[in-house]
Design a protein around this ligand. Structure first.
Ligand code: NDP
Length: 246
């Protein structure tokens, strides 16, 4: 029996990058995977097709994490269809990098709505029906512990909020047998952070292992946390960054 057999997983932002790798990995481990995306319909369909070709089960749902109603409706519809959610992976996130003086209120509202509010709302909707063995896993960033350069203020602030969220919620849900953890990647080769730029060269220079990670590296840790093997890890921020923060 596969280690996530009979589990229902909801992953936000599964059409590309880290979220796509997580969706594929959880499906390979036997979970039925529902994942959201905002715009990339064709890429989302390609992820579903790849999962199904490999014998897995996946559904892509267009839902914008910046819209609180869409997040809550998506979780509630998933629960109505499948009865429950066992694994929530809040992965969708954006980066806004600009000089602090150029920030607008819209920048603040947008990054906080996707990187923080949607994480909170999805967990809130899921927790009401989640039973013992449930998993709430959020994708943060190693920058929450090490804001490496200028122009990271908004992003770092949003990812740091997830640390407090994780610690608090672990205590709220621990008595129900639900674990809550934060995975903090370092440089991972995706559309958000391509490995072939001048900035990437700078980032590699800060790493103990001077090479970018892959979505699969992150998916492996998420899958471990989601499985029975991760049952005693909760309230933790697990950094997976090739030694960037070492
Ligand atoms: P990408 O930009 O490559 O992919 C982002 C994914 O999130 C896409 O599937 C995208 O959907 C989805 N998404 C973005 N905005 C929304 C929204 N408003 N509503 C719903 N879905 C949305 O990012 P990564 O894969 O690199 O990043 C994934 C997570 O990992 C993020 O939280 C990021 O902050 C974090 N992270 C990434 C690092 C890296 O180096 N790559 C390092 C540390 C943390 P669509 O395709 O439809 O646009």
């Amino acid at each position: 029996m596969k280690k996530l057999e009979n589990k229902i997983a909801l992953v936000t932002g599964g059409s590309r990058g880290i979220g796509a790798a997580i969706s594929k990995k959880l499906a390979r481990e036997g979970a039925t995977v529902l994942f959201t995306f905002s715009h990339a319909t064709e890429k989302a369909q390609a992820v579903v097709a790849e999962i199904k070709e490999a014998g897995g089960n996946a559904v892509a749902i267009q839902a914008d994490s910046s819209d609180s109603q869409q997040i809550t409706d998506t979780v509630n519809a998933a629960i109505a269809k499948f009865g429950h959610i066992d694994i929530l992976v809040s992965n969708a996130g954006i980066y806004i990098g600009k000089a602090f003086e150029d920030h607008t209120l819209e920048d603040y509202e947008r990054i906080m709505s996707i990187n923080v509010r949607a994480v909170y709302l999805a967990a809130h909707a899921v927790a009401k029906q989640m039973s013992a063995g449930g998993r709430i896993i959020t994708i943060g960033s190693n920058l929450a512990d090490n804001s490496l350069s200028s122009q990271t203020t908004l992003y770092t602030m949003s990812k740091s909020a997830l640390q407090g969220f994780t610690r608090g919620l672990a205590r709220d849900l621990g008595p129900k047998g639900i674990t809550v953890n934060l995975v903090q990647p370092g440089p991972i080769d995706t559309d958000m952070n391509p490995s072939n730029t001048e900035h990437a060269e700078f980032l590699r220079g800060r790493m103990a292992i001077p090479k970018y990670g892959t979505g699969e590296d992150i998916a492996g840790l998420v899958s471990f946390l989601a499985s029975e093997e991760g049952n005693f890890i909760t309230g933790s921020a697990l950094t997976i960054d090739g030694g960037f923060n070492a």
